[in-house]
Ligand binder design. Structure first.
Ligand code: PSV
Ligand code: MN
Length: 392
């Protein structure tokens, strides 16, 4: 076990400063194509989603930003939404574009062979940039459903060209302080090929755009068995790891709570982040949760996830880097692996409870939230209307 007093001032500072962005859609109902279950108290609009996200921040102290998805979170007055969020102690984070749920995008959006549809998709991104100007968001996050289902359906090569041209126009529309974040995914909804399937394609595309174009690594978007931490290092080395979408998976893009399916993978990722010196907020890497809570309660699910990331971070921070370097130099395979495993097997929960007490928070965020009665309160208040859901 380690105590807060065992940490160096630098380790302590990094834990204190760590932040994790939440996704607004995590607070809506989610499910599979078979069924979306509803829950009493589920938010019905972006305001209620932000109110729920603010609860996660209130009890964990490490989730001060909420990411919006457009048009899911479309609202009349973004300055009003921004002020509402700030009153509750959170800010609005990334703006996620959505060009995958309109009939026009059946055969692609930014890569579509029809110039009129590409124009519509580019304009949807420009609309997101206008929203960013009002919300104060500095990042436009792009994930595309584009791809094909059958060999020969369209030219893979031509689609890459169209993608570049579309992205170039979007990139040019960004302000000096705004970034373009391109997310890759190797399948779904397209099954033969997707137009941005992997980090190599995403990196190639962003490198052609300019310095403010970076890559988003969603942990669920890789083939089973992929060494994700290796990709983390490659993107860091290229200076283009813009963000994580954290979640965990047993099979495909399950969007389960991060650290639930494979806590060791989460530790390995954060170990590379710490080793590279990319944990500090000014490193340019945004840590975000991109999850759907289908069975579990959403706010407690987000609290658990934020704590899972925090615990893995603390474990990565306490890796004895000097001992590791010596073992690596001596080709001491078991010794080096043992140093990592010692950190991974350390119970950091008491240390984090101490950290919270020092920050004036309840040492047990999950318990404190459940005791607050918030869930009962919103279940009583949020009656009628249309509950938010994935895709609404
Ligand atoms: C796609 O699977 C994705 O990971 C993207 O980040 C989307 O915007 C998000 O999920 C929302 O469902
Ligand atoms: Mn994602």
């Amino acid at each position: 076990m380690v105590a807060l007093s065992d940490l160096t001032p630098e380790q302590h500072r990094l834990l204190n400063e760590q932040t994790i962005e939440l996704a607004s859609w995590a607070f809506g109902n989610a499910g599979t194509r078979f069924k979306v279950f509803s829950t009493p108290g589920t938010p019905r609009d972006p305001y209620e989603k932000i109110a729920d996200a603010a609860q996660v921040q209130r009890y964990t102290g490490i989730t001060p930003r909420v990411s919006l998805h457009i048009p899911w979170d479309e609202t009349e007055d973004y300055s009003k939404l921004r002020a509402y969020a700030e009153d509750l102690g959170v800010t609005l984070g990334n703006i996620n574009s959505n060009v995958f749920q309109d009939d026009d995008y059946k055969f692609g959006s930014l890569t579509n062979s029809d110039p009129a549809i590409r124009r519509k998709a580019i304009d949807a991104h420009k609309h997101c940039i206008e929203i960013m100007d009002q919300t104060g968001s500095d990042t436009l996050k792009i994930w595309l459903g584009d791809g094909t289902n059958y060999p020969g359906q369209d030219s893979i090569n031509a689609r890459q060209d169209r993608l570049h041209e579309s992205l170039e126009e979007i990139y040019a529309a960004l302000g000096e302080d705004q970034k373009l974040l391109l997310e890759y995914k190797f399948f779904e909804p397209a099954f033969y090929h997707t137009d941005v399937p992997d980090w190599g394609t995403a990196l190639t595309q962003v490198l052609r755009l300019g310095e403010r174009a970076v890559v988003c690594l969603d942990t669920g978007h890789h083939a089973p068995g992929t060494n994700v931490e290796f990709i983390v290092v490659q993107l860091l080395r290229a200076g283009r790891l813009g963000a994580f979408d954290f979640n965990s998976r047993f099979y495909a893009d399950d969007d389960l709570m991060v650290g639930a399916a494979d806590p060791f993978q989460l530790f390995r990722i954060l170990n590379e982040i710490v080793d590279f010196g990319a944990l500090a907020p000014d490193s340019g890497v945004n840590f975000m949760l991109d999850q759907c809570h289908q069975l579990e309660e959403k706010i407690p699910g987000e609290i658990r996830s934020a704590l899972n990331v925090q615990e893995s971070t603390a474990k990565a921070l306490i890796v004895d880097r000097a001992a590791l370097a010596t073992a690596q130099e001596n080709h001491d395979v078991l010794g080096a692996n043992g140093v990592l495993m010692d950190a991974y097997n350390t119970d950091v929960r008491p240390l984090l409870a101490e950290l919270r007490e020092e920050q004036g928070l309840d040492p047990d965020p999950s318990g404190a939230f459940l005791r607050s009665g918030y869930m009962q309160k919103v279940a009583e208040e949020r009656v009628g209307g249309q509950q938010a859901s994935w895709g609404a």
